[in-house]
Design a protein around this ligand. Structure first.
Ligand SMILES: Cc1cc2nc3c(=O)[nH]c(=O)nc-3n(C[C@H](O)[C@H](O)[C@H](O)COP(=O)(O)OP(=O)(O)OC[C@H]3O[C@@H](n4cnc5c(N)ncnc54)[C@H](O)[C@@H]3O)c2cc1C
Length: 318
């Protein structure tokens, strides 16, 4: 176990964690950042057009900028790549963070900014054909589907962006949606619907992805008739949104049914005193880079005031 007692440990190097780290360092908190990597989910994006101050930037470039800004903080300690696997509270207002590299770090507060990951369908064939026709990131994998017929499963922004990414490569794009209409932002929907390759299959419930050496199709139930139909495709993109990376604290903070950490949106406080959360891992309904960065700032300032408070009033740190 490290002998150091940090004021705060920040978990995550996406926009939320990076912003929290910069602010914590500038408040002269003794801070440790633990992250598997920098940049977060949009690192794979070919073009981000709404990061304020940058009319257009690639995900990789944004990731590099976040890393550079974090590394410029003189007294900030960084453990990367390293994964936090559990956070526990010990007597005396101390949190312990355990990592996959046998690290055990102690702090007076923790900021969880571990973001989200893509959801899975958890249906037969999905795991078996992952990387053999089943894909989760169109920015990364769309070029592999040149002149192929591809199904996109999902109805929100990530599914629509997948359609847009595939437009350049695929021969035909089937968008299978559970509802009657896609639910994305109007701008993205408009762009996707312009595709001449797109065919929307509504009220479709996916049952199975099928194939031999690679994907050859999928089976879905047509809600209108109740019949199971087969669609011949060589690729299936699963784009049904993301799930929060909150497992490491799920036993010590309140979460909603989706596993998102419940926070007070004014203070970034969770149900556990001294534990703050920021960005996509929380129940903030808007999952965006700028919002996550703002959340990270709020959490760092929340942690700062928490430290001041316990130093003044608590028997823990006299
Ligand atoms: C393909 C794609 C494109 C997008 N494009 C845009 C866009 O154009 N504009 C926009 O505003 N938003 C976009 N988003 C959404 C945006 O990426 C997220 O809202 C944002 O990244 C959330 O930031 P975050 O810091 O909360 O979490 P994340 O970005 O998820 O970052 C989490 C960080 O925590 C680390 N981590 C996770 N678990 C652990 C652990 N246990 N221990 C240590 N480290 C851990 C990860 O490595 C990562 O660094 C996009 C998302 C995707 C998937």
């Amino acid at each position: 176990m490290s002998q150091d007692l940090y004021d705060t440990i920040i978990i995550g190097g996406g926009p939320a964690g990076a912003a929290a780290a910069v602010y914590a360092a500038r408040k002269r908190l003794k801070a440790l950042l633990i992250t598997e990597g920098f940049g977060g989910q949009s690192s794979v994006s070919a073009c981000i057009e709404n990061w304020i101050g940058e009319p257009a930037i690639t995900g990789m470039a944004l990731a590099a900028k976040l890393k550079k800004h974090v590394e410029a903080q003189k007294d900030l300690e960084i453990k990367s790549p390293e994964k936090a696997i559990a956070v526990t509270e010990k007597p005396g207002c101390i949190f312990e963070v355990k990592t996959d590299k046998n690290g055990l770090y102690r702090a007076k507060s923790v900021i969880v900014a571990s973001g989200g990951r893509r959801k899975r369908l958890n249906l037969p064939g999905e795991k078996e054909f992952a990387g053999k026709g089943v894909a989760f990131c169109s920015t990364c994998d769309a070029p592999f589907f040149l002149d192929k017929d591809v199904a996109v499963v999902g109805s929100g922004n990530s599914a629509l962006e997948t359609v847009i990414d595939l437009e350049t490569y695929a021969r035909k794009i089937f968008l299978l949606i559970h509802h009657e209409e896609p639910k994305g932002d109007p701008v993205i929907l408009e762009r996707a619907e312009k595709s001449k390759k797109l065919e929307i299959i509504r009220d479709a419930e996916i049952k199975e992805i099928i194939g031999d050496k690679g994907v050859t199709g999928l089976r879905y139930e047509d809600g209108a008739t109740g019949k199971v139909k087969e669609l011949a495709v060589q690729g299936v993109f699963v784009a049904i949104g993301s799930a929060p990376n909150s497992d490491l604290v799920k036993n010590i903070v309140d979460t909603n049914q989706g596993g998102e950490i419940l926070v007070d949106h004014l203070t970034a406080k969770t149900s556990r005193r001294g534990l703050f959360a920021a960005g996509d891992v929380t129940n903030d309904p808007f999952k965006q880079n700028n919002i996550s960065a703002g959340d990270g700032v709020r959490a760092a300032l929340g942690a700062y005031h928490h430290i001041l408070n316990i130093q003044r009033h608590s028997p823990c740190f006299d």
